[in-house]
Design a protein. Structure first.
Length: 202
């Protein structure tokens, strides 16, 4: 599809580094469950391209990104790779992951690919306050939970970029916070979408 081809053209300068990351995920998948086994064959489209689309929604005034429940590094590692190769605005990318094995993997990815990542092997609730310009998350929890967990990272300028699935409207209807919420269709998934959330009132 044209929009997917357009995205692939945009990330072309970073393709070699992204492919190295993909190879690391596949290598470690044998020992650590980084992605669902049934999605291994579609890793590039289902995870890497899906994550990559978020990078192009980050405005040039953003410096600090915090990723909640980073897992195998989607979307944060992909964003960090694109930020590095395309000389993006981000100066700090923080990945929060409570699982020890996944955290070790993320640190190894950062070392091998020479990425400027801060990997915190902690529960989100236990992380010291970090003021985030951008907060990302993918497949961690419902929107209301993500907003609650993010309160200590939030400023009036913070933008949430959340990759969500087909139940997103139900999640939005259950929000207990007032906020500005914009939904746009995913370029990759027929049932997926991207939520951009700002102006949260805690």
């Amino acid at each position: 599809m044209f929009h997917v081809k357009q995205l692939e053209n945009q990330i072309l300068p970073a393709k070699d580094l992204l492919k190295r990351y993909e190879a690391l995920v596949l290598k470690w998948q044998k020992a650590v469950n980084l992605v669902s086994n049934k999605e291994v064959s579609s890793l590039w489209s289902r995870h890497i391209l899906d994550s990559a689309q978020l990078y192009f929604l980050i405005s040039n005034d953003k410096r600090v990104l915090v990723d909640l429940g980073s897992g195998g590094g989607f979307p944060a590692v992909v964003i960090a790779i694109l930020n590095k190769v395309l000389n993006g605005p981000l100066e700090k990318v923080v990945l929060i992951e409570s699982d020890n094995k996944k955290s070790i993997f993320l640190k190894e990815v950062s070392r091998l690919l020479d990425l400027n990542l801060t990997v915190l092997n902690q529960r989100i609730e236990d992380v010291d306050t970090i003021k985030a310009d951008v907060i990302t998350s993918r497949a961690l929890g419902q929107v209301d939970l993500l907003l609650r967990l993010s309160q200590q990272f939030y400023t009036k300028e913070t933008v949430f970029l959340l990759l969500k699935g087909q139940n997103v409207d139900e999640e939005i209807s259950k929000l207990s916070y007032t906020c500005k919420c914009e939904k746009q269709k995913s370029l990759i998934s027929d049932t997926g979408c991207i939520l951009t959330i700002t102006e949260v009132v805690y």
